[in-house]
Ligand binder design. Structure first.
Ligand code: PLP
Length: 379
């Protein structure tokens, strides 16, 4: 076992905030109830879900009645991307750097991707060129999970209103939620996905915001919960924990973002100085999420580097977490035009609400030495 554990994979999942744990505790112990029932135990559970709904609505900038609780970001994305064309058939477009939870259902439905520039931002002119009255949905994430690029959601929404006025805009705000002012960022989106475990809530819960008038057909049919848009008994403890985490994140957001950005900048500066040839994938730091440092380390293979880091107690990743844990080429780096040889040494270090200066010190002590060891081995 290494002496110290440094967790730099908050974009994959971030630890449960104490506020979330406290809020959930009664619902994992004595309190219970099916919010769909009529008696007092059920009504108390429904009140808890409704209070959580108010918190989610305030965090995203919508009415409480627009919030549809789901089992997480993946289900929210799937509901948006498949539920809109089911209600209003037409072409579906998404950016080439979306999470698989958007890309896979878009591809399965015969939709198309829109290119991004070298920083990973969607090319709004290219999007405008393929928009037309037959488009029913455009999905563009608020911020990218691999490289952290913040997307021009407002410009996308404006282009859609002009060229495909009947189309809905979906924004996957799963990664943006801990860091950015969501009501401003996603004001132009008709549908917005959020996920609890990226903001310090429990895993397996999230929400899709559906603004009034957006055509959407339910995917999960059954008891008609969530205004008939998502059947299934509510995960009351999870929903309560999600809301508590979101409220805690919102209350400390600006201060946390500034603190974590300073840590991330020190980490990036230190690595660029200490690892020969290392380059930041998105050099404009204001254009990306505060906690995300993405580098390509020449002369190393991500998998080997991550193994050495893990041995030294630094948990990091190369790209998005995938079920197999196996390394796959990054579709995000490919879409940004990063040459394959450079992308082979990709390293994602993502900081979060619980990151400290000691984490950065440890990472700076370990990563340059690990990269040098791999280089020597390859020479
Ligand atoms: N969208 C983005 C941008 C993500 O980063 C993730 C998770 O990594 C998801 C969607 C999926 O969310 P969940 O893990 O809650 O299913």
């Amino acid at each position: 076992m290494p002496d110290r554990l440094t967790y730099l994979d908050h974009a994959a999942t971030t630890p449960l905030r104490p506020e979330a744990a406290d809020a959930m505790a009664p619902w994992l112990g004595g309190r219970f109830g099916n919010p769909s029932g009529a008696h007092r135990v059920a009504r108390a559970a429904r009140r808890a879900v409704d209070e959580a709904r108010d918190v989610v609505a305030a965090a995203v900038g919508c009415r409480p009645g627009d919030v549809v609780f789901t089992s997480g970001g993946t289900e929210a994305d799937n509901l948006a991307v498949t539920g809109v064309p089911a209600a209003r058939p037409g072409r579906v477009l998404c950016s080439a750097v979306e999470h698989e939870a958007v890309l896979a259902p878009v591809a399965a439905g015969g939709g198309c991707t829109v290119p991004v520039d070298a920083s990973g931002a969607v090319d709004v002119d290219a999007l405008a060129g393929v928009l037309g009255p037959d488009v029913t949905l455009v999905s563009v994430m608020a911020a990218n999970n691999e490289v952290g690029t913040i997307q021009p959601v407002a410009a996308v929404a404006e282009a859609v209103r002009r060229r495909a006025p009947g189309a809905a805009v979906h924004a996957d705000a799963v990664q943006a939620a801990p860091w950015l002012d969501l009501p401003a960022l996603v004001a132009g989106a008709d549908l917005v996905s959020v996920s609890s475990h990226k903001v310090g809530g429990p895993q397996g819960v999230g929400a899709l915001v559906v603004r009034p008038g957006t055509p959407l057909r339910a995917r999960a049919l059954g008891g008609g919960q969530e205004r008939e848009l998502r059947s299934g008994t509510h995960n009351v403890a999870g929903i309560v924990g999600f809301a508590a985490a979101l409220a805690a994140a919102a209350a400390t957001r600006d201060e946390a973002a500034a603190r974590v950005r300073a840590l991330a900048d020190r980490l990036a500066d230190g690595l660029v100085a200490a690892v020969p040839g290392a380059v930041e994938t998105v050099p404009d730091r204001a254009a990306r999420l505060p906690g995300l440092v993405h580098l390509c380390v020449p002369g190393t293979e991500s998998e080997a580097l991550l193994f050495l880091l893990d041995e030294a107690g630094v948990c990091a990743s190369a790209a998005a977490a995938c079920a197999s844990g196996a390394h796959q080429d990054s579709h995000v780096l490919a879409a940004m035009g990063v040459p394959r040889a450079r992308a082979a040494g990709a390293l994602r270090l993502s900081l979060g609400w619980s990151s400290t200066g000691a984490d950065v010190d440890h990472a700076l002590a370990v990563i340059p030495a690990a990269a040098a060891r791999l280089r020597e081995g390859a020479a």
